[in-house]
Ligand binder design. Structure first.
Ligand code: XIL
Length: 399
């Protein structure tokens, strides 16, 4: 019969049905159709869910949908239409006198993914471990360290000639309970010193810059409430952390990192004052990190250059440490993609025209790996296709 003839011709691997656009097509425990309709490709979102998303494939073709976790990259195909040339963002920015373009990544799932790791190798000059060096990951119990995931990233960087930004020695979040339970200054001082000595010491000479302390300023300004601020009662927990990091890895640049300092207000004012005070107390601080988790079309972006200039006024090196530009919701449009491209251009351009701004780290590679997945904040889409944002980034470098 006509239908079966067609199926034999078009589908060498016989599959009973085709999943519609946006439907599920694979994942652990899933037993439905693994093929997508024409114009859609089955793409693994995580071990439990693969989805038919717009793209090549489909139309009866057996796709990459998996019923077991996949550790390799999704199949990437050459799309029709223009894709910017693979010029390498890090190469481009270095040619303009900056130190690096970097990415956050972590774990074997990412670093052993052929497509993602190829982007890290060809487009980036620096890596930040997204989670593996955080206190709860690396020292979940006192004196007991999990090095494997952090080692994997540092080894990947060394093998491929990339810098590493260490992230982070002291942070109120992703902090194990045993540290939060400490209630006297002498103990906490020793614990901070031991932690910095162990972690920064292990990677001595292999870290370009350490986020020694992260997010210590309260939203709105002043000191964030944390075990550190409460036990010390003042900012001198920072002195302890920076001095311990300096002792452990004397050549690493030591940074204070925070978010929402990409616009003016009480938080930026406090941040700058804290850095100046650290310097005046002789505490070794070399750099300031502005995370720059921002939103497409944000009015703050037009003022971004101004905030970089204010941060440069501390006399420290300025680094953009966690850049991503989120959509307002989970719906996408070409207007938003283009606005996002413009926003990347503006932010990157602001760094280019600020001599103290030395490097830019984007907080992830593809939208599907982002910590705010669903808001399309990065330079590559879920299928590792370059977005207009990538072109905007290059335009910023060249601006
Ligand atoms: C985020 C990671 O991206 C997530 O995977 C994790 O679940 C939570 O932390 N500011 C920081 C980063 O300094 O460490 C955070 O990273 C994002 C906000």
């Amino acid at each position: 019969m006509k239908l079966s003839v067609l199926l034999v011709i078009s589908a060498p691997v016989l599959v009973s049905a085709q999943q519609s656009l946006w439907g599920q097509c694979g994942g652990i425990g899933y037993s439905g159709p693994q093929n997508c309709v024409a114009g859609a490709a089955c793409t693994t979102q995580n071990a439990y869910y693969a989805q038919c998303v717009p793209g090549s494939g489909g139309g009866g073709q057996t796709t990459t949908a998996a019923t077991t976790p996949r550790t390799t990259a999704p199949v990437t195909t050459t799309r029709t239409g223009t894709q910017p040339a693979g010029t390498g963002l890090d190469t481009l920015i270095k040619a303009k006198g900056k130190k690096y373009v970097g990415f956050a990544a972590d774990g074997s799932g990412q670093l052993n993914d052929a497509t993602l790791s190829n982007i890290l190798r060809t487009e980036g000059g620096s890596l930040t471990p997204e989670n593996s060096m955080k206190w709860e990951s690396i020292e979940p119990n006192q004196g007991s360290y999990n090095w494997d995931t952090a080692d994997l990233l540092v080894n990947f960087a060394q093998t491929n000639g990339k810098q590493v930004r260490g992230h982070t020695l002291l942070w109120h979040s992703q902090l194990p309970q045993w540290v939060k339970n400490i209630n006297n200054k002498a103990t906490l001082t020793k614990v901070i010193q031991d932690h910095a000595a162990a972690v920064a010491g292990r990677y001595k000479g292999k870290i370009y810059a350490w986020d020694v302390a992260n997010e210590v300023i309260a939203d709105g300004g002043g000191m964030r409430t944390s075990v550190f601020s409460q036990v010390f009662g003042d900012w001198t927990f920072l002195d302890v952390a920076f001095k311990a990091a300096k002792a452990a890895d004397p050549n690493a640049k030591l940074c204070l990192n925070d978010y929402n300092i990409d616009y003016t207000g009480g938080k930026l004012t406090t941040f700058i004052q804290v850095v100046k005070d650290l310097k005046s107390r002789g505490v070794p601080i070399d750099c300031v990190g502005t995370q720059t988790h921002t939103s497409v079309g944000s009015s703050n972006i037009g003022n971004y250059k101004n905030t970089l200039t204010m941060l440069a006024g501390t006399g420290c090196e300025v680094q953009i440490t966690e850049l991503d530009i989120a959509f307002p919701s989970t719906s996408s449009s070409s207007a938003l993609l283009n606005q996002q491209s413009n926003d990347y251009k503006t932010i990157v351009g602001a760094c280019m025209s600020t001599s103290a701004c030395t490097g830019i780290t984007v907080w992830g590679v593809s939208d599907k790996n982002s910590w705010i997945k669903g808001k399309y904040p990065l330079l590559w889409d879920d299928n590792f296709q370059k977005k207009p944002a990538y072109t905007g980034f290059i335009a910023g470098i060249n601006s």
